[in-house]
Design a protein around this ligand. Structure first.
Ligand code: BES
Ligand code: MN
Ligand code: ZN
Length: 503
């Protein structure tokens, strides 16, 4: 990952990144460019002329490079329409777009307008996230590829403040663990199985300090899951040569008392073929991302531990590969979930809710929780409803949802509340079992939410986050978001823990 440093002194890097915005008055429709170089004073007159010659607009995601005056290269990153105070997310994206365009370079200084520590933190995060590359499986083609920008200096007059140093450290943690989530999503099912996912996190927990950091990890194997009655996880995993697992990572603060206790549950389908309801070949490759929720909750827990936040977290990742075979679950099969509910599996492609149901029940066992959150690439209907950049929040507790919404907004992750209309619940009734795994097609995202709701104690505040669209970027990269795994939800989960720490 791009190494992050702070400085308020002379620029040592050969590359300087600064901001470019535009102003538009009501009278004339012509836009005027504005150079925003943070705490570095520049003679902008000539530069503005050159930028105009080059056709610069200052719009978001525009990155323009010109030979520098005192540095070898001057990079302008678009900040969009000029405002008196810039939105942190605009700067996170602008820093990210510039860092992405600087792959292959050794070092760059970023001087962008940051009046607050939170903005400085957002810029540092943007650099760490935008610098991401995934080249693990390239051999021959590696010759034409560039490695991530090696190091970045965030230039600011705030550099000497202790808060700034802490902010950079936090940004490095967010960068490292978001990039880990992306790596796991981008790793194909040939190289990421339920078992290897567990092994990877067992090693990561150790690397993060293990018991000394308050972390504990445990793994349930297929035979343990079978004998303990985890019928959802085993039914989904039984068609695969790569057997299912239930991974649990717990974090208990070491010196401080936990101010809140949360359970996180993430959907961990390492590949979703649809099972006997086989998905069409076109686009199926994207289903390597069906473990995005699991990766996000596990990595967020490690990040929370490394930040030593005074909250207790129990993260669960029910892991399975949804395959077809003579042993795969058939439409009409009836399974018994952990806790005893029976489910008629009408559609083996509705597998996420089955693994989540088991894990949600387990997560509520002998534990006084302040809230439970599941994160899942659950439905194609989510993408239809909200598109590829906005995730859904469903809940049984309006206050918890409102709080999460504001926290996610503050870290630049787009979520939007969706209802759980009671009238849709009846569509999940089964003529032969307690419930069917699929119901009314219209409003399928909410039907899935209503299914999960059946596994939640009514008094326990619960959020269901459907990240089906935003988890995996099949389009062009933008801002700090690369192609492939995005790492969505991690920042919000960490921010929720941070908000509990200060409450
Ligand atoms: N993993 C998919 C949902 C998904 C779709 C995630 C597109 C990301 C992008 C899920 O397991 C699934 O297959 N859902 C079905 C449910 C349907 C059969 C009721 C879907 O959405 O088509
Ligand atoms: Mn599916
Ligand atoms: Zn799925």
């Amino acid at each position: 990952m791009t190494a992050l440093r702070l400085s308020d002194g002379i620029i040592k890097d050969e590359i300087l990144v600064i901001g470019l915005s535009y102003k538009k008055s009501l009278k004339d429709s012509k836009a005027t460019l504005v150079i925003e170089s943070g705490d570095i004073a520049l003679d902008t007159k000539k530069l503005l002329q050159s930028l105009a010659d080059l056709g610069a607009t200052g719009k978001c995601d525009e990155v323009i490079k010109i030979p520098g005056l005192t540095t070898r290269l001057l990079v302008f990153t678009g900040l969009g329409k000029n405002k008196t105070t810039q939105d942190d997310e605009i700067l996170r994206r602008a820093a990210g777009a510039a860092a992405r365009s600087l792959a292959g370079s050794t070092g760059a200084t970023f001087s962008l307008p940051a009046k607050k520590i939170s903005t400085l933190e957002a810029i540092a995060q943007g650099v760490a996230l935008g610098g991401y590359t995934f080249n693990k499986f390239r051999v021959d083609s590696m010759k034409e590829r560039q490695l991530s920008l090696k190091s970045a200096t965030i230039h600011s007059n705030l550099a000497n403040k202790a808060e700034a140093k802490d902010a950079i450290k936090r940004a490095a943690v967010i960068g490292e663990y978001t990039n880990l989530v992306r790596d796991l999503i981008n790793t194909p099912p040939s190289h990421l199985t339920p078992d290897s996912f567990c092994k990877e996190f067992t090693a990561l927990v150790k690397k993060a300090g293990g018991a000394t950091a308050g972390l504990k990890v445990s793994v349930m194997t297929e035979s343990q899951l079978k004998s303990k009655g985890y019928g959802g996880i085993t039914a989904v995993g039984q068609g695969s040569a790569n057997p299912p697992r239930l991974l649990q990572i717990s974090y208990t603060p070491v010196k401080a008392k936990a101010k809140k206790s949360y359970a996180f549950v993430g959907k961990g389908i390492t590949f979703d073929t649809g099972g006997l309801a086989l998905k069409p070949a076109v686009g199926m490759e994207a289903m390597k991302s069906d473990m995005s929720g699991a990766a996000a909750v596990c990595a967020a827990t490690l990040a929370i531990a490394l930040m030593k936040l005074p909250v207790a977290i129990d993260a669960y990742a029910p892991l399975a590969e949804n395959m077809i075979s003579d042993n795969a679950t058939r439409p009409s099969d009836i399974i018994t979930m952990f806790g005893g509910k029976t489910i008629e599996v009408l559609n083996p492609d509705c597998e996420g809710r089955l693994v989540l149901g088991d894990a949600l029940v387990k997560a509520q066992e002998n534990k006084k929780l302040d809230g439970i959150i599941d994160v899942a690439t659950l439905t194609g209907a989510q993408v239809v409803a909200l598109g590829t950049r906005t995730s859904a929040i469903m809940t049984n507790n309006q206050d918890f949802s409102d709080h999460f919404f504001s926290v996610s907004k503050s870290v630049g992750e787009a979520f939007w509340p969706m209802p759980l209309p009671v009238e849709l619940r009846a569509s999940l009734d089964s003529p032969v079992a307690d419930m069917a795994n699929t119901g009314e097609r219209m409003g399928g995202m909410m039907v899935a939410g209503l299914f999960l709701n059946e596994f939640i104690a009514p008094e326990l505040p619960w959020l269901h986050l459907d990240i089906a669209g935003p988890a995996y970027n099949e389009g062009d990269p933008y801002g700090y978001t690369p192609v492939g795994g995005t790492g969505i939800a991690l920042r919000s989960l960490v921010a929720l823990a941070q908000s509990a720490a200060i409450s």
